[in-house]
Structures are given as structure tokens and as C-alpha cells.
Design a protein around this ligand. Structure first.
Ligand code: GDP
Ligand code: IMO
Ligand code: MG
Length: 420
């Protein structure tokens, strides 16, 4: 069996949580392979909204096993909060959540380092979620990190104190005051919660499951345009969000990749700083934010909004080997007389159809206009019932990208989806 992959093609928040929840019944295992609690994946079940950060979005379905893979960074404090809240809702977690021993831990001082580093950058800040992601991955690649498997060893406290001391020394270079005493206690309680789960060698577990013909879905976090190598660097996250990240984030070889579900909103959003060629600063951008409820699931920050960017979408499709597209939040466009898609950019008088090395403000999007459908899509479940204008819009995306759109999401709830 091969491992299917579902990932974001934009700057995150494409609706990955919702779609993973929708397709989980087709899978035995859902596995996160990168990122950490900077992710906020929302699912709506019976009009109740749930947001997961560290835990895979398959957790709400009865029969799926959920795995936090080696490529993920875990904050024990946030993890405990998620577990407590899921248990409070009556979600059965016993035997349903497994954690890789090789996943790295986010320490309270990683969060402080993130805050201090962002504060020092001033107006050039990345707009990080301040969850300690960058510093935790820096310790991983710097070969200083603490891993989940360390928490069941005798020298865990020693290793923890050693790393915290290193962080305290690093923090001396910033003019930044902090107090982690309470956070440390919470963190240790979180470590106890992690210890109560099955800590596994997930690379063996997953490869064995593939051999036994189990179906596995790798759930991406963030989006391709936030990838550490291919995103709008330095305004990116610290992991490989692209499909290749599945191989090192779960320990599967490239030939084991099956379908690649690429998710894109019917328009674009971005939260945090950095280039966004199709961003709208006018009332149309405001209307997208209002109708799409575009506020961050992790930080509550307003998301920047703009029209769909085909150049960025094609780039993401190329990098990920997307086999099918999923278009979400199509219903948000119900309200617009005209809808636009950027088909390329202009730099001065020159037309370009590639993202340049530096995506800067002199990149002017070239738009194609579509007639809006001005109908409520939120109750439609059959593709044939979609207005012609919506079909034209979807067909244009398919024709331009040469990738079929297999799902169209028309609302946040798990049943608001059209399959083709
Ligand atoms: P993720 O990080 O990719 O999982 O996405 P988020 O959960 O951060 O943001 C997506 C937001 O859009 C959430 O509030 C979802 O409940 C909501 N959502 C998902 N799909 C749709 C859709 O098709 N229509 C509408 N209106 N909302 C959606
Ligand atoms: P999901 O999985 C949207 C953004 C931050 C910031 C940059 C770096 O919900 O789609 P970091 O915390 O990694 O240091 O932040 O990346 N970012 C996200 N934006 N969705 C996310 O995750 C994000 N995770 C990080 O806003 O610009
Ligand atoms: Mg999100």
C-alpha cells in the first residue's frame, strides 16, 4: 500500500483539518509529519467547532489511529490542553493516539527565544505564531534538541537543564525579560501526559502498516508557500511543508507516496508578515475577511485576503506532485458580483509566469475576471446543482493547472462538501 498525502498549497489555513476529517473514514491511520502547534486545524461537527494544534485531525473519527510523526515538534503544555479538552468532549483517545519517540519537544525557553527574536527584528518580524517553532527546529538541526523518547530515560532532567541553561545564555544577547517558573511546572505536567501515551518507533510502525495494506493519510500543516526551502523566505515556517517532507517526517521512502491531495481556498489568505502578490487592501479584501471569517485559528489574528494566485498555485502543484485538487471556501465567493484570478504577474512591462527569487512589491498581478454566481452554495451536495458560473470558475482552475478538482468545499461543516 502507498501513503496518501493531504497538504496546503497556499500560506496555510486552506481547510486541511476539515477535509482530513471528511476523508478519515477511508483511512486506518492519519499521521502528522511536520510542524507543531503553530498549526490550527478546525473541524465542525454538528455546528460545533473544534481546533487541533498538535494532534492529527483524524482524532474525531472512531476507527482511525492517529500518529504524531518524528518530523513534528510538540509543546507538552499545548498537547495536555488538547488532550484534556478532547477527553472532556468524550473523545475516546485510548490506543488511538501514538507518538514518535523521535519527535522533538518545544521547551518553555524555545517560546521565550521565539518572542525575543521576533521583538528584536522589529518591523522585519516574521509574524511568527510565537509557539517556539523556529528555536525548536534550530535545536533539532543544531543537534541539541530533546526528543519525546528522552522523557522515559533516567537522565531526562539533566538533559532538560542543560538545554535550558544554553537557552538562558542565548537569551542574554536580547534585552528581553522573562520568567518561566510557572510555564516550567505546566510543561512538566504536560510531559506526564505525553508519557501516558504509546511512544513508538513510528518509522517501523508505519512501514509495517503499509506492508499489511493499511491505508495511511499524511496530514500536512502550514502550506507550500510557508515551506522553509520553497516558501517566501525568510517569511516562512521552519519545516518542509511540501510532499517531500512526508519522507523524512515519517520515515517512508519516496516510492511509497500515493495520491497527493492539494488543498487551496477559492481565494488566498495569509497570516503574519511577508509577500502576498494578490493581497487586497480595499473593501473587497475586507469582504473576503468578513464572509470567510478569516481570523487565525491559533492566534486569532486577522488574515490578509486576496484573489486566487494561479502562478503560486501552479508552483505548489509542481513542488508537491499534486494528483488532485480540493477547492475550499467556495461559498465565501457567493457574495461577489465579479471574482478575479491572477493568471500571471507584471514586473514593469514584462509579463512573468514564475515566482521570482524575491517576491517583492513590484510584482503586479494580471487578473482575469469572472462573473459571480450570487447564489448560496452552502447547501449544495451535487456538482450538477452548482451554478454555471461556479462550474466555469472551477473548470478554469482545472484547465490552467491540468489537475482535476475532486472535492469542492462549500461550508465549514463535515457534510458541506461536493465530491466529483
Ligand atoms: P487549516 O489550518 O488548513 O486546517 O484551516 P483553518 O482551520 O485554520 O482555517 C480554515 C477555516 O475555514 C476554519 O474556520 C474552517 O472551519 C473554515 N472552513 C473550512 N472549509 C470551509 C468552507 O468550505 N467554507 C467555509 N465558509 N468555511 C470553511
Ligand atoms: P496551519 O497548519 C497559517 C505562519 C505564521 C508566520 C510564519 C512563521 O493552521 O495552516 P511560525 O509560528 O512557524 O514561526 O510562523 O508562518 N504560520 C501559519 N499561517 N497557518 C498555519 O498553520 C501557520 N503556521 C505558521 O503566521 O507568518
Ligand atoms: Mg490553520
Amino acid at each position: 500500500m502507498k501513503i496518501d498525502v493531504l497538504l496546503g498549497l497556499q500560506w496555510g489555513d486552506e481547510g486541511k483539518g476539515k477535509v482530513v476529517d471528511v476523508i478519515t473514514p477511508d483511512y486506518d491511520i492519519i499521521a502528522r509529519f511536520q510542524g507543531g502547534p503553530n498549526a490550527g486545524h478546525s473541524l465542525e461537527i454538528n455546528d460545533i467547532k473544534h481546533i487541533v494544534h498538535n494532534i492529527p485531525s483524524g482524532i474525531f473519527r472512531k476507527n482511525a489511529l492517529n500518529i504524531i510523526g518524528n518530523g513534528v515538534v510538540i509543546d507538552p503544555v499545548i498537547f495536555k490542553k488538547e488532550i484534556d479538552s478532547l477527553s472532556g468532549l468524550g473523545v475516546d483517545l485510548k490506543g488511538k493516539l501514538l507518538i514518535s519517540k523521535k519527535a522533538h519537544l518545544i521547551l518553555p525557553t524555545h517560546r521565550v527565544l521565539d518572542e525575543a527574536s521576533e521583538a528584536a527584528k522589529g518591523k522585519d518580524k516574521i509574524g511568527s505564531t510565537l509557539k517556539g517553532i523556529g528555536p525548536a527546529y534550530m535545536d533539532k538541526t543544531g543537534r541539541n534538541g530533546l526528543r519525546v523518547g528522552n522523557i522515559i530515560e533516567n537522565d531526562f532532567s539533566e538533559k532538560y537543564n542543560f538545554l535550558v541553561n544554553k537557552h538562558r545564555n542565548l537569551l542574554k544577547q536580547y534585552d528581553y525579560s522573562y520568567d518561566i517558573s510557572e510555564a516550567e511546572n505546566e510543561w512538566l505536567r504536560g510531559i506526564d501526559t505525553i508519557r501516558s501515551f504509546d511512544l513508538i518507533d513510528s518509522e517501523y510502525f508505519i512501514n509495517k502498516a503499509l506492508k499489511e495494506n493499511k491505508t495511511i493519510l499524511a496530514e500536512g500543516a502550514q502550506g507550500t508557500m510557508l515551506d522553509i526551502d520553497f516558501g517566501t523566505y525568510p517569511f516562512v515556517t521552519s519545516s518542509n511543508t511540501v510532499c517531500a517532507g512526508v519522507c523524512n517526517g515519517l520515515g517512508v521512502s519516496p516510492d511509497k507516496t500515493g495520491k497527493v491531495f492539494g488543498i487551496s481556498k477559492a481565494y488566498c489568505t495569509r497570516v503574519g508578515s511577508g509577500p502576498f502578490p494578490t493581497e487586497l487592501y480595499d473593501e473587497t479584501g475586507e469582504a473576503l475577511r468578513k464572509h470567510g471569517h478569516e481570523f487565525g485559528a491559533t492566534t486569532g489574528r486577522p488574515r490578509r485576503c486576496g484573489w486566487l494566485d494561479l502562478t503560486a498555485l501552479k508552483y505548489a502543484i509542481m513542488l508537491n506532485g499534486v494528483t488532485q485538487l480540493i477547492i475550499t471556501k467556495t461559498d465565501v465567493l457567493d457574495h461577489f458580483d465579479t471574482i478575479k484570478i491572477a493568471t500571471g504577474y507584471k514586473i514593469g512591462n514584462e509579463l512573468v509566469d514564475q515566482l521570482p527569487f524575491e517576491v517583492s512589491e513590484n510584482l503586479e498581478p494580471v487578473y482575469r475576471e469572472f462573473k459571480g454566481w450570487k447564489k448560496d452554495l452552502s447547501g449544495i451536495t451535487d456538482y450538477n446543482d452548482l451554478p454555471d458560473e461556479t462550474k466555469d470558475y472551477i473548470r478554469f482552475i482545472e484547465d490552467e493547472t491540468c489537475i482535476p478538482v475532486k472535492m469542492i468545499s462549500v461550508g465549514p461543516n463535515r457534510d458541506q462538501i461536493i465530491f466529483r
